[in-house]
Design a protein around this ligand. Structure first.
Ligand code: XIL
Length: 402
């Protein structure tokens, strides 16, 4: 019913050329990574994962660790998924339930069934509950920006719509949702402000306004700015400028969320280091908010995670429909170990690491940027069994209490 392909305000299909060349580059980088990484932290035996310690326990001294969860999991229809979430994670984010098109589909109509189920699940299991997301240009209905005659709303009218939404949604979960991704993806890759309907309708202080309303709705909630590709210097610098502007305006930004929809060869550990240092210097915390690692050949150019991006379906873009080869499982395990080593190294500034999904079967990367692929980006497989990457992540924990 709510397919994400259907309702995007900015549909900018960007099918890029030469898939063969991209695939070759991708495979070469994966093999280069496999050759360079130290095998020290990688469990060697693919058939016997030793995931004895829950992730949340292993990283208890570093950060909370979580997953984006879906309706089937929180309502208990997916019994196995729900059990895995409660066993492994101590924080949850809603994959879709709190996005505007779900929670506020038409003027004056709020639809709180799925988001209530999400929050109830988190409360019941004593988890840190995250709100995702209030102000974004995707998964937001057109009516939000238009009057009854379809004409674009002026600044004041659009601010009133924004305020009503934030006060209603944040207010409903006051005291239960610990922190909110107030604004998602306000920046272009070059660090300038993205020309979203929010920006066009309100002006560049729309971010300040969103944070002010969220603070008004729940003064105790942590407020976050969330985006992707922040590890690339131009966008990272744009985020630094944006946060500084918010701070000058008197807004308290608790943390910057790095979505971290990562590739096998991007971002580098050095890019992460620089990013965490730059954000720490602002006096804010950092959350890794949507972690996954795409092992499939890149189907589009670039490193972004714009949900409106589309690649073409081809056999080459979906090379492992049955199973991921062992060599790639090991490469993924090494990649995850490298990522967690840098997260652990920066645990003084990182509060949370959240995966964007639980088992591979539920990942959005099966349908983005190409629909119908078989993707392997997470620590648990399609049967929710631990992958070897789980062991390699656990091996990086500061004090694994086995
Ligand atoms: C994705 C969800 O996982 C999909 O189910 C949905 O169809 C589209 O959105 N950046 C974000 C997330 O901030 O909200 C997106 O989630 C993934 C990219």
């Amino acid at each position: 019913m709510r397919s994400w392909s259907g309702r995007l305000i900015e549909i900018s299909a960007r099918v890029e050329g030469s898939f063969a060349a991209l695939r070759m580059t991708h495979l070469l980088s994966a093999f280069a990574l496999a050759a360079c990484s130290s095998p020290r932290n990688v469990a060697g035996n693919l058939s016997e994962p030793t995931a004895a310690t829950p992730l949340k326990t292993a990283f208890a001294d570093a950060f909370v660790i979580g997953a984006a969860v879906n309706d089937r999991q929180v309502t208990g229809k997916d019994v196995r998924g729900a059990a895995l979430i409660t066993a492994q994670f101590n924080t949850v984010s809603p994959e879709n339930a709190l996005k505007w098109e779900w929670v506020h589909p038409s003027r004056g109509t709020y639809h709180f069934g799925p988001s209530d189920a999400f929050v109830d699940f988190g409360v019941k299991h004593n988890m840190t509950i995250i709100g995702h997301t209030l102000i974004w240009h995707s998964q937001v209905p057109r009516w939000v920006f238009e009057d009854a005659n379809g004409k674009p709303l002026g600044r004041d009218a659009l601010l009133a719509v924004m305020r009503d939404h934030i006060m209603t949604v944040v207010g409903r979960y006051k005291g239960r949702i610990k922190g909110w991704d107030v604004v998602n993806e306000a920046l272009n890759e070059d660090g300038t402000m993205r020309q979203t309907p929010w920006f066009k309708g309100i002006g560049d202080d729309y971010v300040v306004k969103a944070f002010e309303y969220a603070h008004e709705a729940d003064p105790s909630a942590e407020l976050y700015y969330n985006d992707y590709s922040l590890e690339n210097a131009p966008k990272r610098n744009g985020a630094v400028r944006l946060i500084q502007a918010l701070q000058r305006a008197g807004v308290k930004v608790a943390a910057i969320g790095s979505q971290s929809h990562d590739k096998m060869d991007w971002p580098t550990v050095v890019q992460y280091d620089s990013t965490f240092n730059a954000f720490a210097a602002l006096g804010v915390r950092v959350n890794i908010t949507e972690l996954d690692v795409d092992v499939l050949p890149p189907a589009v150019r670039g490193q972004g995670a714009d949900v409106a991006t589309r690649g073409a379906v081809s056999r080459a873009s979906n090379p492992w429909p049955a199973a991921l080869p062992d060599s790639m499982q090991r490469a993924l395990a090494r990649r995850y170990a490298d990522l967690f080593r840098v997260f652990v190294a920066h645990r003084d500034v990182i509060d949370r690491v959240t995966f964007w999904g639980v088992g591979d079967g539920d990942s959005w990367l099966n349908n983005w940027p190409v629909p119908g692929r078989t993707s392997y980006p997470l620590l648990f497989d399609r049967q929710d069994r631990p992958k070897v990457a789980l062991d390699s992540v656990l091996a990086t924990a500061p004090a694994v209490r086995r």
